[in-house]
Design a protein around this ligand. Structure first.
Ligand SMILES: [Zn+2]
Length: 364
């Protein structure tokens, strides 16, 4: 009976506030309020799982604009639950910064919860979501998540990380066991995604005014992907470049190219007090962006140098241009020492591989 009453109470509540009813979500967020009405939902997830993006919530006089919708419907549901704690205004616009699944695969939940939702992106990104995004949902995510599960299960069986002699301690073992269970659930949920695509697109620039607030949407060129959208709020001086900026180390997401270097430099033209990366901590000055631009420039300088010395194959270039050779040059600027310490080991070798791949088969 108590259970029954509870159910009625819950249903009443659910009818009052149109929230999804769901069991314990695997996604959690830290909420960072960066200005009076702008919040960043920073995901807190088990390190063994696939990442999901920062979600930005911009609360206006009448409604809300959101940037990116998360890796899975569950990530979006949890985001909406957090948004409801901030405001009960409807979400009217959702920006998908690019086609990688952690930025748009939660669209279906936002679209259902907020009828008439405008899902905004660049023309190029909208095409890429329908093409590459769907290949990822149907093919790559199932494959890679299954590989993650198989790899973790092997590590659990061996009681140590692959390639290590040291056994897991109790905490590490608990974390990886929890992680593998969650990845299994993510894989099952990935197969149930009901893709919802952008329905408002722009080529180079689009401006929306809502009360005093101005939203400037830009396409600055090929970068992290073929169609990255950037949002800038000139009044608050907040720049949201999606995964063109990822902190504390850039991702090498399969498309590193000379064009990215040029596009990244354009971000410097924005006068910002806050830079909200696609992943990681909000930046309050240009330091990290300067570092990224110098890192990319140095990487290409050394690749070019290797080529001029007759090193033509990817392997030859990767031998000559390494994380050490690149960070050694960057560390000549003392401001960069902190950043280079956090550079992922894979970034330089993968960036070289992918800039070659980009030249040869042109996928990004
Ligand atoms: Zn991402």
């Amino acid at each position: 009976m108590i259970k029954y009453l509870f159910l009625i109470a819950f249903q009443f509540f659910a009818w009052q506030v149109p929230l999804y009813s769901y069991s314990q979500s695997l996604f959690k967020y830290d909420i960072e309020k960066i200005t009076a009405d702008v919040y960043v939902l920073k995901p807190v997830i088990n390190e063994y799982r696939w990442v999901t993006a920062n979600i930005v919530v911009i609360v206006g006089e009448d409604d809300i604009v959101v940037v990116d919708s998360g890796l899975l419907p569950d990530a979006a549901r949890e985001a909406i639950r957090e948004i409801r704690k901030i405001s009960n205004k409807p979400v009217r616009q959702l920006l998908n910064t690019h086609w990688h699944g952690d930025h748009w695969q939660g669209n279906e939940v936002f679209a259902k919860e907020f009828p008439g939702l405008q899902i905004i992106s660049t023309v190029k990104n909208s095409e890429a979501i329908k093409r590459s995004g769907m290949v990822w949902i149907n093919n790559f995510y199932p494959k890679y998540l299954q590989q993650m599960i198989d790899g973790y299960e092997m590590e659990i069986k061996n009681n140590k990380p692959a390639g290590s002699d040291k056994n897991f301690n109790a905490n590490e073992l608990e974390l990886i066991k929890e992680g593998v269970g969650q990845v299994k659930e993510d894989l099952a949920n990935m197969k149930k995604i009901n893709p919802v695509f952008p329905n408002v697109t722009f080529s180079d620039k689009m401006i929306i005014k809502k009360g005093q607030r101005i939203f400037e949407f830009y396409y600055l060129g090929v970068g992290n992907t073929v169609g990255d959208a950037v949002l800038y709020l000139p009044n608050e001086k907040i720049l949201m470049p999606g995964d063109l900026v990822v902190y504390p180390s850039p991702y090498e997401s399969g498309a590193f190219s000379k064009e990215w270097v040029e596009t990244s430099k354009k971000l410097k033209q924005f006068d910002f007090n806050y830079l909200v990366p696609g992943h990681g901590d909000v930046q309050h000055n240009t330091g990290y962006l300067d570092y990224l631009n110098d890192l990319y420039a140095e990487l290409f300088r050394q690749m070019n140098d290797a080529y001029l010395r007759g090193k033509a194959t990817i392997e030859e270039v990767q031998k000559m241009v390494t994380t050490e050779s690149v960070t050694k040059e960057l560390n000549k600027n003392p401001k960069y020492v902190y950043f280079t310490k956090n550079l992922g080991n894979d970034f330089v070798p993968n960036a070289i591989r992918d800039s070659y791949r980009r030249l040869s088969i042109g996928i990004y």
